[in-house]
Design a protein around this ligand. Structure first.
Ligand code: FMN
Length: 213
């Protein structure tokens, strides 16, 4: 006997997708639902159990519009560069992601809830990789738990990072104090339909190394 219903657990873990085109832009999201999912996110691990996380939940339309504007300023150069990069060898999956990402760029202001996960940190000058690994490793597990909890309730989300080139402007907009690092922007909405499929990933055998690389 397993402690969890594996059919359901594995379906949750294998079908929590980056949702963009299937975000329901017209259905309101109850604040309690976001709250519940954030409560679950706080069960995630963090380095030294510091729990330095903060979550800025943005529903104000003017602030969402301003965040979407910052996002577009990050997205447009990324999109152009990525298209050049893919000019010859783009797979169908690459093109689908790009098309979907472009859609999100266009509608981001209309996604009913934006969540900006943040983490307290005094970032040293020339912070070494281990600093960033430990810092980001102390927020992204919680972000993913949040996304899984949303999915279990019929909502979708996508972790985005492209506004971070303008993180200072976002901090000024949202009143995020110094000593707090933004880790992304997660648009949240109900999904149009709740069926999602497992994605095609690199085969496990290509990436698992037994008893050494
Ligand atoms: C660190 C990180 C940054 C990401 N940044 C963005 C982003 O800025 N915009 C976006 O639309 N998707 C972003 N994504 C989502 C990825 O494109 C998505 O997870 C990937 O294409 C796999 O899609 P799937 O989870 O639906 O299989 C990001 C994902 C990660 C893990």
């Amino acid at each position: 006997m397993h402690p969890f219903d594996l059919e359901t657990t594995d379906r949750l873990l294998s079908t929590t997708r980056a949702v963009r085109k299937r975000l329901d832009l017209d259905r309101a999201v109850e604040p309690e639902t976001v709250h519940q999912c954030l409560e679950l996110a706080l069960q995630a691990p963090s380095g030294s159990n510091k729990q330095g996380w903060h979550w800025v939940v943005v529903t104000d339309p003017a602030r969402r519009a301003a965040l979407a504007d910052l996002y577009r300023r990050g997205f447009d150069p990324y999109h152009a560069a990525r298209r050049r990069q893919l000019a010859d060898g783009a797979s169908e999956q690459d093109l689908r992601v790009l098309d979907s990402a472009r859609y999100l760029r266009d509608v981001l202001d209309r996604v009913p809830v934006h969540v900006v996960p943040c983490i307290e940190a005094e970032v040293p000058e020339n912070a070494p990789p281990r600093f960033w690994i430990s810092l980001m490793g102390s927020i992204f597990p919680a972000v993913w738990s949040f996304q899984l909890a949303l999915r279990a309730r019929g909502l979708g989300s996508v972790l985005t990072t492209l506004h971070l080139g303008h993180a200072d402007e976002a901090a000024a907009l949202l009143g995020i104090p110094r000593g707090v690092v933004q880790a992304g922007l997660v648009p949240v909405a109900y999904t149009l339909g709740t069926e999602f499929r497992p994605a095609r990933r690199r085969p496990l055998d290509d990436v698992v190394h037994r008893d050494g690389w």
